[in-house]
Structure formats: structure tokens, C-alpha cells
Design a binder for this molecule. Structure first.
Ligand SMILES: NC(=O)c1ccc[n+]([C@@H]2O[C@H](COP(=O)([O-])OP(=O)(O)OC[C@H]3O[C@@H](n4cnc5c(N)ncnc54)[C@H](O)[C@@H]3O)[C@@H](O)[C@H]2O)c1
Length: 335
């Protein structure tokens, strides 16, 4: 594989993946196709754009553009998506368009030119689990799809399309469903960067509901190595779950951020919960570990969190310009 097309490569996880490819696989040329929505940022790739990485600003729903780029590549890794649950509750349409029609456009071209396709999805397609006190159950690749939110439903739809194209058109595809990512370059509207940047900005952090919702955190660098393992060694037609056994309540995450940043652990307010807020996500990544030998490198969550806090402290010029707009948006909806 010499030429890789990465959709959404100017977003949080995509940009970290592109950086991983540049560092670990210098023989692979990367073309990023990204619309540069509010979540995409050319600056996320600034230090790697050049001979090995090219950025094409465009829409994955643009059939002729996608057809041309797919024809020229050896493989596609598809990260591009509308990804923020809160936004999907206010205006679901861009999620339907990008996540469903965009994926359809890509797999049509990938099937036509017989190109290897990896589809990046989320554990949210499985809905939620009972809290850990009541159950030790985790998501498995064959768990039932029961998405709770418009975002999760759009991602579930895209997974179904990929599966159908494998069966109907011989698409050479794999799917991964990953748990919640954290790390550098995550847009400040998301839970961890919002809390960190609020504290740096002197804004008192807010926590939805009672803070007992559980998320299974993975450092995004570990997501990158897992996607690479699946892309290069995964079995066609298979689904792999990616997770690093990082279950934490939202309250525990916020309290760790506060204490690492030298604040009292109780220095936050509880706010009205989001409708349909999933209770618990937990990933069973046994298949990925046993079949492909993948292991996460970031197994100490507190250490990973401290490094992420350092990144947001050091890179204030990256997030300061959008911080106020994000907070104004949340304030408008009482959050
Ligand atoms: N963030 C998480 O914790 C998480 C967990 C599991 C899976 N995922 C999945 O990983 C992928 C990346 O997530 P992220 O958090 O980096 O998202 P993000 O919102 O930070 O980035 C998405 C990127 O896609 C681009 N994009 C959006 N619409 C586009 C379009 N129509 N055409 C071309 N580009 C477009 C944006 O400009 C942006 O650069 C998504 O598919 C998401 O569902 C995310």
C-alpha cells in the first residue's frame, strides 16, 4: 500500500491518525479529504502537510470528486463525520447527509474500483449498558444495534451500508467501533477539552445530570494503532471493537482534571442532563487483541489525562479563537 485516502483527516482523530502514519509508515503517501467544517482545521495538519501529506478541501458527498480520489488511491480510511451528539439533537440533518450519504458515496466508489475500505465507527451504535454496579456486560462485535441518539443512528446506518456493500458488491471492507477518544486536537466542545479549557479560562466546569454516566476512554494514539492493525491485517467483512478498558464516570474524569490542574475536586456545578443521555459504554476488545495482537500503549488514564491537559495549556492559540463561540452555543441551550 503506497497511497492512502483519509477522509476527515483534519479533524481530531483523523489528524492524529495521519500524524501516526507519517511517523510510523513514511513510505505511505496520504491524501486527506476534508470539508473543513467547524470541527476540521488545517492547523491540525500544519506540521505534516508537505511531500507525504496532501489536503484536498472537499465534501465526501461530492460524487465526482470522491470517484476521482478513490480511483487514485490504494485504500481508504473513513473518519469524516458529523460527530457531536449535542449538535445532532439541535439539527440532525448534517448528520444524515455526511454520515449516511457521505459513506454511501465513498463505498460506491470503493466497490467500483475494488479498493480496500476501512470504516471508522463508534460504540454508540450499540446504545447503552446498565451501570457497572448492576452488570458486568460489555459491548461485543455481535451486540444488538440499538442507537439512542440521531448521531448514533446515523453511524449505525453507515455501518449497515458498509456490511450490505460487502455482501452485495464484494466491497473489501472492515469496520471498527471505538469507545470515547481523548488527546490533543480535540475540538473544545467535547467533554474533556471543554472541562480543561473552562478551567484554564476561569470558567467553572459543568457536569450533565448526576455525573454517573460511564464512558470507556481510549487515548487517540491507541485508536490509530488499532485502525492500522485492522486496515493491514483485519479480515474482510469483519467488525472489530476498539477499547482500552478505560471505564470512568464523568464525575471521576472531571474530578481528576480539577485535581491535576490544582483545583478542589468539588469546584464544578451540575446542569440539566442531555435528553437520551446513554448511561454506560464498555468495550470488549478481545477479538482485536487475540486476532491481531493489538495492545494499547496508554493504560494509565490519569497520566494520559495529565499529558492532554499539558497539550491544551501549551496550545492555547489553537483553541482560544473558538472557545467563546462554543460556550455561547452551550449557553443558548442552557448548558
Ligand atoms: N470522538 C470520539 O470519541 C469517537 C469515538 C469513536 C468513533 N469516532 C468516530 O471517529 C471519526 C472521527 O471523529 P472525530 O472525533 O475526530 O470527529 P471530528 O468532528 O473532530 O472530525 C470530523 C472531521 O470530518 C470532517 N467532515 C465533516 N463532514 C465532512 C464532509 N461532509 N466531507 C468531508 N469531511 C467532513 C470535519 O471537517 C472534521 O475534520 C467519526 O467517524 C466518529 O464517528 C469518534
Amino acid at each position: 500500500m503506497q497511497q492512502l485516502l483519509v477522509t476527515g483527516g483534519a479533524g481530531f482523530i483523523g489528524a492524529n491518525f495521519v500524524r501516526y502514519v507519517v511517523q510510523q509508515h513514511p513510505d505511505v503517501n496520504v491524501t486527506v479529504l476534508d470539508k473543513l467544517t467547524y470541527a476540521g482545521n488545517r492547523a491540525n495538519l500544519a506540521d505534516v502537510l508537505g511531500s507525504q501529506v496532501t489536503l484536498i478541501v472537499g465534501d465526501i458527498c461530492d460524487g465526482p470528486l470522491v470517484d476521482r480520489l478513490v480511483q487514485q488511491t490504494d485504500a481508504i480510511v473513513h473518519f469524516a463525520a458529523e460527530s457531536h451528539n449535542d449538535r445532532a439533537l439541535i439539527d440532525p440533518w448534517p448528520f444524515m447527509q455526511t454520515n449516511i450519504i457521505g459513506t454511501y458515496t465513498l463505498i460506491q466508489a470503493a466497490a467500483k474500483y475494488h479498493k480496500r475500505f476501512h470504516h471508522v465507527s463508534t460504540d454508540e451504535v450499540y446504545g447503552d449498558l446498565p451501570l457497572a454496579d448492576d452488570s458486568a456486560e460489555k459491548f461485543k462485535p455481535d451486540s444488538r444495534y440499538q442507537p439512542s441518539s440521531p448521531y448514533a443512528a446515523s453511524k449505525a446506518s453507515s455501518d449497515m451500508l458498509v456490511r450490505a456493500w460487502v455482501r452485495s458488491f464484494g466491497l473489501q471492507a472492515t469496520i471498527s467501533n471505538c469507545s470515547n477518544n481523548y488527546g490533543p486536537y480535540q475540538y473544545v466542545e467535547k467533554f474533556i477539552p471543554r472541562q480543561i479549557t473552562n478551567i484554564i479560562s476561569g470558567i467553572r466546569p459543568k457536569l450533565y445530570g448526576n455525573g454517573q454516566n460511564v464512558r470507556d476512554w481510549i487515548q487517540t494514539a491507541d485508536h490509530s494503532t488499532a485502525v492500522w492493525a485492522i486496515l493491514t491485517r483485519g479480515r474482510i467483512g469483519e467488525t472489530y471493537l476498539i477499547g482500552a478498558d478505560g471505564e470512568q464516570t464523568n464525575q471521576a474524569v472531571l474530578e481528576q482534571i480539577l485535581t491535576i490542574m490544582g483545583q478542589p475536586a468539588s469546584a464544578y456545578d451540575l446542569v440539566r442532563d442531555r435528553p437520551g443521555h446513554d448511561r454506560r459504554y464498555a468495550i470488549d476488545a478481545t477479538k482485536l487483541r487475540t486476532e491481531l495482537g493489538w495492545r494499547p500503549q496508554y493504560t494509565d488514564f490519569r497520566q494520559g489525562l495529565a499529558a492532554t491537559i499539558d497539550w491544551y495549556r501549551t496550545n492555547q492559540s489553537w483553541w482560544q479563537p473558538v472557545k467563546q463561540t462554543v460556550e455561547d452555543g452551550y449557553a443558548k441551550h442552557g448548558q
